[in-house]
Design a protein around this ligand. Structure first.
Ligand SMILES: Nc1ncnc2c1ncn2[C@@H]1O[C@H](COP(=O)(O)OP(=O)(O)OP(=O)(O)O)[C@@H](O)[C@H]1O
Ligand SMILES: [Mg+2]
Length: 272
């Protein structure tokens, strides 16, 4: 169970203040959606949760302990594009994730360990709806399939925290609805806390347990660099969603996107 605490967090690049005194507590297994105008520091915030960037001031605690200074297998990430390795097949991509977490120095597995990892990778590939595509290269996959692969690759490392930076932003609406269904299923079944940046408010409310909006308090051109973004809105989604307790196969009553996407191209539903 992984809770995230963000305390008095500031991020500055040179003279530019990007984030200003951010204070947040994310409950273990919550699914937080982060929205806000372009350039307000959403990606920067995610990169600090990944330890790819350091805070200028303040701290981030994971389960009460200071965040590790380097990225690690406990935190997975999926970007809008280019999260997967183009020169490896679907199976190779997912297997590499296992090799990196189980054998960080050589990134190679042998014998029984390799067979076990391959079995697990194949199961996960099926779970994200890519059975049959194990030997394809990413260039031969649609955008939706690539993002499914990126999710499988991230999940294979069993992250306690999954960070998503507009992972579905480039997908068209029908495909997006299907992948939303997958995302909810993964969040529900894997023990992880999710933080997802999105530009799409509807997506935020479709998936998240909590929606947080960043915004600069002052945004006149001459003030832009001197004022960082702060938390403008913090909304608990109602009715509450609790990981492990969702009835994932009932579409949200008022969610036309999910309702419309139900049932298509979703192996779990086919077998359900
Ligand atoms: N490595 C960096 N060096 C200098 N400035 C940076 C760096 N990374 C981000 N910035 C600046 O920080 C601000 C926030 O950038 P960030 O990418 O976090 O925004 P964002 O909210 O993710 O925007 P978008 O919605 O367009 O993706 C921008 O003004 C950007 O130019
Ligand atoms: Mg961004």
């Amino acid at each position: 169970m992984t809770a995230i605490s963000v305390r008095n967090l500031w991020k500055e690049y040179g003279d530019q203040i990007v984030l200003e005194d951010i204070n947040l507590e994310f409950a273990a297994r919550s699914f937080v959606a982060l929205v806000g105008p372009s350039g307000c520091g959403k990606t920067t915030f995610l990169r600090m949760l990944l330890s790819e960037e350091k805070a200028t001031r303040g701290e981030i605690l994971i389960d009460g302990k200071p965040i590790a200074p380097e990225p690690g297998a406990d935190r997975g990430v999926v970007f809008q594009r280019y999260s997967v390795f183009p020169h490896l097949t679907v199976l190779g991509n997912v297997l590499l994730a296992a090799e990196f977490s189980q054998s960080p120095f050589t990134a190679r597995l042998f014998g029984t360990a390799r067979r076990a990892a391959e079995e697990e990778a194949r199961a996960l590939i099926a779970e994200v709806g890519l059975a049959g595509a194990e030997d394809k290269y990413p260039a031969a996959l649609s955008g939706g399939m690539q993002q499914r692969l990126a999710l499988a690759q991230a999940i294979m490392r069993k992250p306690r925290i999954l960070l998503l930076d507009e992972p579905f932003g480039a997908l068209d609406p029908g495909i997006r609805a299907d992948i939303h269904q997958l995302m909810r299923r993964l969040w529900n079944s894997c023990e992880m806390t999710v933080v997802m940046v999105t530009h799409d408010l509807r997506e935020a409310f479709t998936l998240a347990t909590r929606v947080i909006a960043f915004e600069r308090r002052r945004n006149r051109p001459e003030e832009r660099e001197r004022f960082g973004a702060t938390i403008a809105k913090d909304i608990e989604v109602w009715p509450p969603r609790i990981a492990g307790q969702l009835d994932l196969f009932t579409p949200d009553r008022d969610d036309p996107v999910l309702a419309e996407g139900q049932g298509r191209d979703d192996p779990a539903r086919r077998s359900a």
